[in-house]
Design a protein around this ligand. Structure first.
Ligand code: XMP
Length: 596
């Protein structure tokens, strides 16, 4: 079988590259950066992934330069492009401008850019760049801020791209990857159907002589995993447990159970563990700490359920619907930075994994591939098309704080005000912190607020400008609606009243989207409760995004008429309605989809 090697330098998108290549009809595998040149001999070409390091940083990942002697075409992406250049004798330096998000590529006439349009939008996420390229290379494409955005050594078939062709927001990225595969001489004849068979065979092998216990949240991943396990092992060897952790959306647990029963799943139990989760979360403010507690509590509740059901733990493996981004973002591959700990990557799970007691049939897949698999397994569309919802649920979307506030430095406040004023806008930096992802690593910075426009294009351009220039800011929100008064920090923790408030607001927002017939037009729409009050009332963030695999995302533009109606609806919330509706206009990167 002809195949392509993707070398993992710890980039957030490494597996995405491999997956894109498979989508294009060529089998591909991810290899660690320490793989020896001999290991590449069975491949038609090599792709170097991105990564969170700088090539000059101590301990930054590298590879055996013997790979360049194999006569195979090599494509370096972002860090991979810088590393290839560095190893072959070129120079990489800190770029003058840090570029995150969209940029227009001006490609030259080159086979790598066959059928690629003149101002093709590509996705950048980097600080360093190649300043002097290694001998044999020449520039074949530039952006306004990066002269050597694409380079080639045609004699050796070595190519380097500073941008990420593998993310869907690089508009013609697939075409560029396909062109590389053509340069490798690939025939494009690999078929995805084959994957379903392979997965079932793998499950049977891994679970030989054992039964499996799966936590079923009711989301797409766990439902598809449940169906797949039932098919591979038979219902007698599979037991599902739905745990209501008190962090679910309104009416969710009941709906999940009804739906599963309607689908004919009888091997599913439900347990209300709200009190246990909330007791464990009492007084915990830090998002990573909350995530870990939620993950560990899932395990203790699961163990209690296994004991109650009198099941022998040695006989039962734990199955999880973990998908690929859950692993990569928890720092689960070599060199990858910890973006956040997903609920299914806490220590207790890692211990079980070390004992070979965890089965994760979807671990190689992205959400859209899981949906595709679900369709092949005949799971109905309404279930598959539900928006993703994180395992720790509203526990992450309810931002906690001691109420002391976290104001930005004077110079940063002045910098954002200056940028906004130059565009006829006003705004400020909010006195709280939010999480983001920049240059493959996690960031904690302040959200910035913009007011004074209803023009999405202006909001988008302004956000990109501020985010690239003001390091202290990692998100931008448009204040679409607000009552009078200043933003004031407030103490908040994960307790029932705050969760109920967020649950109600979330239900109103989802209803607004459904009423406008826009539910399936957006990928996901987290609703966030900030630890701020305006005019003494709660402040909500709406975060609608479009994406196809959640590794990158664009903020989605909803009609203002929908938001105006929603603002009125939010005034019906208990205790006096809402103080502000803030609309997140940040792409990913530099923001994440979730807030926490
Ligand atoms: P971010 O916020 O990193 O999210 O852009 C990417 C996707 O992952 C989902 N997400 C999670 N899913 N457990 C999950 O099952 C988690 O702990 C978790 N955290 C984030 C998020 O909703 C988005 O779809």
């Amino acid at each position: 079988m002809e195949k392509i090697a993707v070398v993992d330098f710890g980039g957030q998108y490494t597996h995405l590259i491999a997956r894109r290549i498979r989508q294009l009809g060529v089998y591909s595998e991810v290899l660690p950066s320490h793989a020896k040149p001999e290991e590449f001999k069975a491949f038609m070409g090599v792709i170097f992934s991105g990564g969170p390091s700088s090539v000059y940083a101590e301990g930054s990942p590298t590879c055996d330069a013997g790979i360049f002697e194999l006569g195979l075409p090599v494509l370096g992406i972002c860090y991979g492009h810088q590393l290839m250049n560095h190893l072959l004798g070129g120079v990489v330096k800190r770029g003058l401008v840090h570029e995150f998000g969209p940029a227009a590529l001006h490609p030259q006439n080159h086979p790598l850019f066959k059928d690629v349009s003149p101002d093709s939008i590509v996705w950048m996420s980097h600080g360093d760049e190649v300043s002097t390229f290694a001998s044999g290379f020449r520039t074949i494409g530039s952006t306004d801020d990066c002269v050597n955005a694409a380079v080639a050594d045609d004699a050796r078939k070595f190519y380097g791209l500073q941008f990420h062709p593998e993310v869907t927001h690089s508009a013609e990225g697939d075409r560029i990857l396909r062109n590389f595969l053509s340069l490798c001489g690939c025939a494009f004849d690999w078929n995805m159907d084959y994957y379903v068979q392979t997965l079932q065979a793998q499950i049977r092998k891994q679970c030989e002589g054992k039964k499996v216990f799966l936590l079923v949240s009711g989301g797409v991943d766990s439902t598809v995993a449940f169906e797949l396990l039932n098919r591979a092992l038979g219902p007698d060897r599979v037991l599902g447990l739905h745990i209501d952790n008190g962090l679910m959306r309104k009416g969710e647990s009941a709906a999940v159970l009804d739906f599963m029963h309607a689908q004919g799943f009888d091997n599913l139990k439900i347990k209300d563990a709200t009190d246990t989760f909330l007791a464990n979360l009492r007084g915990v403010l830090e998002p990573e700490a909350k995530r870990k507690i939620i993950g560990e509590t899932f395990l203790t509740v699961k163990d209690a359920a296994i004991a109650e059901l009198n099941l022998n733990p040695a006989e039962w493996m734990l199955a999880q619907g973990t998908i690929y981004p859950d692993t990569i973002e928890s720092g689960g591959t070599a060199h990858a930075a910890v973006i956040k700990t997903h609920h299914n990557r806490v220590q207790g799970i890692l211990d079980l994994m070390a004992q070979g007691m965890v089965v994760e049939p979807l671990a190689e897949l992205y959400k859209d591939e899981v949906r595709e698999l679900g369709r092949r397994l005949e799971i109905p569309d309404p279930l598959l098309d539900r928006h993703p919802f994180p395992g720790p649920g509203l526990g992450v979307r309810l931002l906690c704080s001691d109420g002391k506030g976290d104001p930005a430095a004077e110079k940063d406040s002045a910098a954002i005000k200056e940028i906004l004023a130059a565009r006829g806008l006003s705004g400020e930096i909010l006195p709280i912190k939010s999480v983001g992802v920049q240059g493959d690593a996690r960031t904690y910075a302040h959200p910035g607020l913009v007011r004074g426009t209803r023009d999405w294009k202006l909001a988008d351009e302004t956000a990109t400008l501020v985010l690239n220039r003001v390091r202290a800011v990692n998100r931008i929100m448009l204040e679409t609606h607000a009552v009078e008064g200043a933003y004031a920090p407030v103490a908040r923790e994960c307790e029932r009243n705050a969760l109920d408030l967020l649950r109600e607001a979330d239900a109103l927002c989802t209803a607004a989207l459904q009423k406008a017939d826009l539910y399936s037009a957006v990928w996901q729409m987290p609703v966030v409760l900030l630890p701020l009050l305006k005019g003494g009332k709660p402040v909500f963030v709406l975060r609608p995004v479009s994406s196809s695999e959640a590794m990158t995302a664009r903020f989605a533009e909803l009609p203002f008429a929908v938001l105006d109606t929603l603002w009125k609806d939010l005034q019906a919330l208990p205790n006096g309605g809402a103080g502000a509706l803030l609309y997140d206009v940040t792409h990913k990167p530099p923001g994440t989809i979730e807030w926490e």
